[in-house]
Design a protein around this ligand. Structure first.
Ligand code: ZN
Length: 159
């Protein structure tokens, strides 16, 4: 099988940030997939499953309720490698266009207090696996260390 494009990016050199992973055309429309990379691949501990699950619930809820971008959101969810999340938006977009959106989303997560949306047994497939305090801590860390003042290296993958 052919190696898919996202595996050809050299993960040894990736930093934390907001990156365009791919753009796909759908008829005359475009979808942009972003890597919201919260941990440097293979160089620091990854995000624990429960906190990542909580980030998924809070992030997806906040994004879909956002008055400007809510209608553009196709998907938000965790990366299997647990270094961050994927965000798929309608449109042909650049990372810098969503810095403010992502900053606001992580500010929401960093300051959130219970209840976690969609976290009852009837709404979620693993409702016991959540960690709001750690989700808030990791959101705050990503905000302070990266999103407050992102450099070009935090917004574009090395060509
Ligand atoms: Zn869930």
């Amino acid at each position: 099988m052919e190696r898919i494009a996202s595996f050809t990016v050299d993960h040894d050199n990736l930093l934390r940030g907001i990156y365009v992973s791919r753009r796909d055309s759908l008829g005359d429309k475009w979808l942009t997939t972003f890597d919201i990379r919260m941990k440097e691949p293979n160089r620091e501990p990854v995000l624990d499953v429960p906190l990542l699950h909580t980030i998924e619930h809070l992030g997806a809820t906040w994004l879909r309720n956002n008055s400007n971008w809510g209608g553009e959101v196709v998907y938000f969810g965790p990366m299997g490698c647990r270094t961050g999340c994927y965000l798929i938006l309608k449109g042909d977009l650049e990372s810098r266009e969503i810095v403010q959106l992502i900053k606001e989303m992580f500010t929401f997560i960093a300051n959130y207090s219970y209840p976690i949306p969609g976290a009852s047994p009837s709404e979620c497939g693993n409702h016991l696996s959540h960690d709001l305090p750690m989700a808030a801590l990791e959101a705050k860390k990503f905000l302070i260390e990266i999103l407050t003042n992102p450099t070009p290296e935090n917004l574009e993958y090395p060509g």
